[in-house]
Design a protein. Structure first.
Lengths: 310, 261
């Protein structure tokens, strides 16, 4: 009886052309390139895997300490350490292709040309479903400062990337924008297929005994439950500005947190910091969404998305 | 590596605020190699999200134990854990210590509860050697009789002289190096604070011996995904690259380590 009930519930979503079995993905920077978690969870139960940010030639990232735990959250300043396009494709894509789960690659560059080049390279790589364009990393000076918060540069980089790839294009928005709706709209006009929001929020922590910053990079990006209400509000605002689907990100620890984002207007969600606490969070969130839908006699996840009563 | 709900079977104070936590972990325990660790989700930790890594002190017969001291938010909360409670573990993690090479005399060097990471190495080593234990005061010198029972000769130093020689553990080590005679080729296995590890590395480099050091770093994911716990490791071209303490470590051959942090 229960099985019949369960089978009637459809959790599948289409995010800008990427079909997902469940709207619950894992967020860039918290899931490595995949193999790190392979012994612990079944990848085929994820909506999608968004791998850690890749730039053209790779980079060593920031000095240590790179993360600090704070109240209900985590500040990180990893600095986008990555093996570059070739290193990633050679070392990780053969592994990732084994699974029945869409792979979305988070990409970034220091110039518009580098973003373009990275996008063009991935366009040729088998097994990549989409590109999440990181224009909002708080830990590199070119990230949010140059591209993520300046409307002209934001449009330039997204338009340029769009011309170089047929893959699903998902800009990841910065949280500290005065008008998130106008950036979301601009992304849609530049040809984005979906949006990810939010990236971590610029933040800082200080050791009062030594009076030194707790991070090697001095500042970092705050993630975790501390930022969730901010993220929910931004998703709600952006949802009013665009028609393309949104991936809600920000401190999701359980199904209720995920449902908040979806009711606010996100078609999918991504689990970030919670992967560090419990690598099985995404599966638990999917199960929780399913039982919520049962409880509310809903059969399709679309009946949840954007249904906030204001 | 696996996730496991481990049940606490014993939780007792050893001495001076150091506690022994013994868990039933039939999945993880049989896989453990000396020098590995578990990543533990501390229950009742409220708004602190991250797991805490602990060296595996003992493993056998389906059980795991760790030895810890309450020094922060996680370990202060842990002291209230009761037998019967469940703990969420990921493990075993990390590379662990190698088996001592033939024709060497293994020498363990531990700072405080660093000895916990060395106990399984002491138990499995084909040859018994010497163990050098250091700490601030006598309370920081742990489980000496257990190492002696395995056949190790333990030499002790404390900062305040309340147990063993007064001074740093490296002074006791230097004394032994000076007396041991050229035929004895030591191989070091060390766990403790970074300055101690570097001091052991310096002795090994000077004598042309090997030293394996277990590096302690703040961790986040514990499985290699987040790149928090990185350590600079030398590359053959004279440069360096980051290695993840949780994956490629925590044990490194000391000549590989760039000691600049």
């Amino acid at each position: 009886m229960n099985n019949t009930m369960t089978n009637e519930i459809d959790l599948s979503v289409n995010i800008g052309g990427i079909r997902m079995k469940t709207p619950v993905m894992v967020a860039s920077g918290t899931f490595g390139y995949g193999p790190e978690y392979a012994d612990l969870i079944d990848f085929n139960q994820l909506g999608a895997i968004v791998v850690k940010g890749i730039c053209l030639e790779g980079t060593k990232g920031n000095p240590t300490p790179r993360t600090v735990e704070v109240t209900s959250g985590l500040i990180n300043a990893i600095g986008l350490q990555n093996p570059g396009v070739e290193g990633f494709v050679r070392n990780y894509m053969p592994f990732l292709r084994q699974f029945d789960v869409p792979v979305i690659v988070n990409i970034w560059g220091k110039t518009v040309e580098e973003y373009e080049e990275v996008a063009a390279r991935f366009d040729q790589v088998e097994g990549v479903a989409g590109l999440e364009v990181n224009v909002s990393c708080p830990n590199i000076k070119e990230g949010r400062g140059l591209f993520g918060t300046n409307p002209d540069m934001f449009r330039r980089v997204l338009s340029a990337v769009r011309t170089r790839t047929r893959l699903t294009l998902i800009p990841k928005l910065a949280p500290d924008l005065s008008h998130i709706g106008s950036f979301a709209k601009a992304a849609e006009e530049c040809g984005a297929d979906a949006l990810s929001l939010i990236n971590s929020i610029p933040a800082m922590a200080i050791d009062v005994e030594t009076r030194r910053p707790k991070l090697g990079n001095v500042t970092g990006g705050l993630s975790g439950p501390a930022i969730r209400p901010i993220a929910v509000k931004l998703v709600w605002e952006a949802a009013k500005a665009v028609k393309i689907p949104m991936i809600g990100i920000g401190g999701i620890m359980n199904a209720n947190d995920a449902l908040e984002f979806m009711i606010a207007g996100a078609s999918a969600v991504a689990i970030g910091t919670a992967n560090f606490t419990d690598p099985g969070t995404a599966m638990k969130v999917t199960a929780g969404i399913r039982s919520y839908m049962e409880r509310h006699s809903l059969t399709h996840i679309k009946q949840v998305v954007g249904t906030v009563k204001t | 590596m696996q996730l496991e709900e481990a049940r606490i079977v014993q939780h007792t104070e050893v001495q001076g605020g150091y506690r022994l936590l013994v868990m039933d972990a039939p999945g993880i325990a049989p896989q453990v190699k000396p020098g590995q660790f578990v990543h533990l989700k501390v229950p009742h930790l409220g708004e602190a999200l991250l797991r805490r890594p602990f060296s595996i002190f003992k493993a056998g017969e389906g059980r795991l134990s760790i030895l810890y001291k309450s020094i922060g938010q996680g370990t202060n909360t842990m002291k209230y854990l009761q037998p019967g409670e469940s703990l969420d573990l990921i493990g075993p993690l990390g590379n662990g210590f190698p088996i001592p090479a033939e024709d060497t005399l293994p020498a363990l060097v531990a700072g405080g509860y660093g000895m916990a990471a060395l106990y399984l190495a002491a138990r499995t080593a084909p040859v018994r050697g010497l163990a050098f234990f250091g700490g601030r005061k006598s309370d920081d010198i742990l489980c000496v009789d257990e190492f002696e029972a395995l056949g190790w000769e333990v030499r002790i130093a404390t900062d305040d002289g309340t147990r063993g020689k007064k001074g740093l553990v490296t002074a006791v080590l230097d004394e032994w190096i000076g007396q041991k005679g050229p035929a004895v080729v030591p191989e070091f296995f060390a766990c403790g604070p970074n300055p101690m590890l570097k001091a052991v590395a310096d002795r090994a480099a000077a004598g042309g011996w090997k030293a394996w050091v277990s590096v302690d770093r703040n961790m986040c994911c514990g499985v290699g995904a987040c790149l928090t716990c990185v350590q600079k490791i030398r590359t053959p071209d004279g440069g360096w690259t980051w290695h993840r303490v949780c994956r490629e470590g925590p044990v490194f051959e000391s000549r590989e380590v760039v000691w600049d942090e």
